[in-house]
Write a protein that binds this ligand. Structure first.
Ligand code: SF4
Ligand code: SF4
Length: 286
């Protein structure tokens, strides 16, 4: 490969098998000779490591710069509170209060302070861990317990996992800020869904999100059955490309429950994920 590719595996909801697809794809890519990195951005509940068993080589914190107010300098002008969109700094009765856990670290308050009363300190939100699992480079993040602000950690994980020829991002479920932090700037988003009314409802929301962001995308149906046309009809109606279907197969679920990869342990699945990888790479290069 000559050009770097970053592919995100996302789903509108949890439980669609997104991580199963991502780790098996990373294994297929490594087996095919790609220089590949598996990047687990599901920092609230990372579980790709359970299947890949990486050797962690490097661990470092992901911080948010939060304001520190020098009360001696502060003139209680209120400018910092007015600029903050998150009410993370407020000026009440000539006192400035900061709420660190609500601060997004934008630096706006420091910029507008007319008397340079605001400096910054780092607040740790979680850790980034880097390593490798065989031929697969591995990065994930672990959000601190009780931490609500995951985008800074997700951005740190993305930054660490972008340098291989093929970077496979495991995106958190949903359609909110953490998802946007995980998919921003990728070459292709694969929306992994299951052919159920709930699955398609959440796929609908995820589709609106990637369209709004203008990111190329396609759908992969997991646990597909020949007689179930729900997802096929949905893709036709919404004019979204259905890239592949992965059959509902008990052996895949059994491999998952043992913490194994279907690519290695379920007969026939090397070809399944090799084909899926080829389709995804072809689609991403269009
Ligand atoms: S750095 Fe930004 S988000 Fe944090 S308190 Fe200042 S203005 Fe608000
Ligand atoms: S902008 Fe600066 S001087 Fe004004 S209230 Fe905030 S910290 Fe104080």
């Amino acid at each position: 490969m000559t050009t770097r590719l970053t592919i995100a595996l996302a789903s509108g909801k949890g439980g669609t098998g997104k991580t199963t697809v991502a780790v098996n794809l990373a294994s297929a890519a490594a087996a095919a000779g790609y220089e590949v990195c598996y990047v687990d951005c599901d920092v609230e509940e990372p579980n790709g490591h359970l299947f890949l068993n990486p050797r962690i080589r490097r661990r470092y914190p992901a911080n948010v710069p939060v304001p520190v107010v020098d009360s001696e300098r502060c003139t209680a002008c209120g400018a910092c509170g007015e600029i903050c969109q998150y009410s993370a700094i407020v000026c009440i009765n000539k006192n400035v209060l900061t709420f660190e856990k609500m601060c997004h670290g934008c630096g706006g308050c420091q910029l507008v302070c007319p008397v340079a009363a605001i400096t910054e300190k780092d607040r740790e939100t979680g850790v980034v861990e880097e390593g490798e699992a065989g031929q697969i480079a591995f990065v994930h993040g672990r959000l601190n317990v009780g931490e609500a602000m995951s985008p800074p950690l997700i951005r740190a994980v993305r930054a660490a996992g972008q340098n291989k020829a093929l970077n496979i991002i495991d995106v958190p479920p949903g359609t909110s800020c953490p998802v946007i932090a995980a998919i921003r700037g990728v070459d292709l988003v694969i929306l992994v869904t299951e052919p159920t009314p709930f699955g398609l409802n959440d796929l609908d929301l995820a589709l609106d999100m990637v369209k709004e962001l203008g990111i190329p995308h396609a759908v992969v149906v997991n646990r597909s059955e020949p007689s179930n046309n729900l997802a096929r009809n949905f893709c036709k109606e919404r004019e979204v490309k259905l890239l592949a279907e992965i059959a509902d197969d008990r052996r895949v679920a059994e491999a998952y429950s043992r913490g194994e990869l279907a690519f290695w342990s379920a007969p026939g699945y090397q070809a399944v994920f090799d084909d899926l990888l080829s389709s995804i790479v072809k689609e991403a290069r269009k």
